[in-house]
Design a protein around this ligand. Structure first.
Ligand code: MN
Length: 197
């Protein structure tokens, strides 16, 4: 596997204000996400060394580091794309709306389920809307980044509820962060991930 790179955000650090401050975005992207990229490449370098020679690896440690950092990198990459500057009127396109209604009853019911999933993450983690191999939408929860199986579904909409994602702005009020976050959801990006358009 090739080393991964930290892509720049598709908007300025200040673009999601007042929902998410520039300070959070800058720290989150340039420090936290950058560390997951670094951690991924460190683990990959160890595997590369193993490929070249008979070096003994602490496999348990490398598999933990790789899944934690690589999934952290993937999830953050999706998370940045899943957002855009706040919109007064914000919602999915008709095609996506129909798919959400079919899977969850209504957009309101989906938002409630997804919000409660994010709210009930114990400690650090994510709520995820994913698409399984059958093309069905599913909502799930990830602890930290790494207790996940990318084989079972592809994340299409994710929210980071680690404290580093909201504490500077919302302190311990995760609920207020989740509520405000809906206004920066980039539904076009979600649609692109599901339908390719
Ligand atoms: Mn994060």
């Amino acid at each position: 596997m090739k080393p991964v790179v930290l892509s720049s955000l598709p908007y300025d650090y200040d673009a999601l204000k007042p929902v998410i401050s520039g300070s959070i975005m800058r720290l989150h992207h340039s420090q936290h996400h950058a560390n997951y990229v670094k951690g991924t490449n460190l683990a990959l370098a160890k595997l590369e060394a193993h490929k070249q020679s008979q070096v003994d690896l602490n496999v348990r440690e490398i598999m933990r580091d790789l899944s934690f950092n690589y999934n952290g990198h993937l999830l953050h990459s999706i998370f940045w794309q899943n957002m855009r500057p706040p919109q007064a009127k914000n919602g999915p396109t008709d095609k996506l709306l129909a798919k959400i209604e079919n899977a969850f009853g209504s957009l309101a019911q989906f938002r409630k389920l997804f919000s409660q999933t994010a709210l009930s993450v114990e400690g650090s983690g994510w709520a995820v809307l994913g698409q399984n191999a059958e093309g069905e939408l599913v909502v799930g929860q990830l602890e930290k980044h790494n207790l996940m199986t990318m084989v079972s579904f592809t994340p299409v909409l994710v929210i980071d509820v680690w404290e580093h994602a909201y504490y500077l702005d919302y302190h311990n009020n995760r609920q207020a962060y989740i509520k405000a976050w809906w206004s920066v959801v980039n539904w076009q990006d979600v649609s692109l991930r599901i339908f390719g358009v």
